[in-house]
Write a protein that binds this ligand. Structure first.
Ligand code: PMP
Length: 367
């Protein structure tokens, strides 16, 4: 087969997910794609029950545990079905008969999560910022928490609205369960505090098709044997995420990303860099009034920066011109409009500087 001759050029990819991956990870995967060292075959061709794959999966878990400080009290599962399947699976496992769960609603993903939980059992809205158009997360004193709830569910970062919790709310002794899809491991995280942390991998951790679920082991006792086997946390924990065939290649990439995080200095270093990237962009948004941020300042996300132009009719032109300059994926989610710059761990600082430069030029020529 003749391959067309093309020159390739990597753009600055502001996509909200699947999102940019570290170049070092892509190059290592490319180098080892045809033959994984010592295995005589590609990772894609390996049995999920083979020794080389055992080492890949166990290595990915060990590196993640080391980088994120995941304690032995918590199991690490590599599942499929995205964060969206967790909207159902989580209450099926944790919301036992007769109990009720609290949900804090800060955006579309929280709404989807509670809608699925309602199909499983009793739920309460323990707080919501819908009235203000989800421009912020609630204050602690706005929450109405049930001390006997089976769990409290929070979305840590609202990918669409560009809001994020600075600190998790105090939920007392009730297990805190979080959808951390869009900010997992973007800064140090006290994993021991959480009952469950789940995230689709495709933003901060790797490719789509793997869902990381970190679950406090004592909570696995709630998983009833009457659940469909594939939806039972305890089964996946017992079987080391190999009850059936997992996304082997995705788990391999996740392991490479975890090793990259460690090489970059770990979550503390990534957190500092992410804060710097966001501060640079927000400073430009706030500079003159030509742009304006969507989320309220105290709730601004460091991962997904949502903004508008004072003259909204210029937004399409902005996105098109940006794409032409190699700044890709800046169009906002259809439910909010405007623009959104997603800047996960692997997004380079040079990309933020390029965007700021572009914004100044756009303002100079259209302001
Ligand atoms: N939760 C959040 C916070 C998200 O950003 C997304 C995807 N953008 C989802 C859940 C849904 O994830 P998935 O597509 O992996 O099901």
């Amino acid at each position: 087969m003749a391959m067309p001759l093309t020159t390739t050029h990597r753009v600055f990819n502001f996509s909200s997910g699947p999102a940019v991956l570290p170049e070092a990870v892509l190059r290592e995967a490319q180098r080892d794609l045809f033959e994984f060292p010592g295995a005589g075959m590609s990772v894609m061709e390996m049995s999920h029950r083979s020794k080389p794959f055992d080492r890949i999966l166990e290595g990915a878990e060990a590196t993640l545990r080391e980088v994120a400080g995941i304690p032995d009290t918590h199991a690490v599962l590599f599942l499929q079905g995205g964060a969206s399947l967790q909207f159902s699976m989580l209450p099926m496992n944790l919301l036992t008969a007769g109990a009720s769960a609290d949900y804090v609603i800060t955006g579309v993903w929280g709404e989807k999560a509670i809608a699925e939980a309602r199909k499983v059992g009793a739920v309460r809205v323990a707080g919501s910022t819908e009235a203000g158009g989800f421009r912020r997360v609630p204050r602690q004193d706005e929450l109405d928490l049930d001390p006997s709830a089976a769990f409290v569910h929070v979305t840590t970062n609202n990918t669409i609205y560009g809001s994020q919790w600075r600190a998790m709310p105090d939920v007392g002794s009730v297990p805190l369960v979080v959808d951390a899809s869009s900010d997992i491991f973007s800064a140090p995280m006290d994993v021991a505090r959480y009952g469950v942390i789940y995230a689709g991998a495709q933003k901060n951790l790797g490719p789509s098709g793997v869902t990381l679920v970190i679950v406090r082991k004592d909570l696995l006792a709630r998983s009833s044997p009457s659940l469909p086997t594939m939806l039972n946390y305890a089964v996946h924990a017992e079987q080391g995420s190999r009850y059936n065939t997992p996304n082997t290649f995705g788990i391999y990439i996740l392991g490479l990303v975890a090793a990259w995080m460690r090489a970059e200095g770990g979550l503390a270093a990534l957190g500092v860099r992410n804060a710097r990237k966001a501060a640079t962009l927000y400073a430009e948004i706030d500079r003159t009034g030509f742009y304006r941020g969507h989320a309220e300042v105290e709730s601004r996300s460091l991962m997904n920066v949502t903004f508008r132009l004072r003259d909204e009719s210029l937004e399409d032109a902005f996105a098109k011109a940006a794409t032409a300059e190699g700044l890709d994926g800046l169009k906002g989610h259809r439910s909010v409009g405007g623009l959104r710059a997603s800047m996960y761990n692997a997004f380079p600082e040079a990309g933020v500087e390029a965007l700021v430069h572009f914004m100044r030029e756009f303002e100079r020529t259209h302001g």
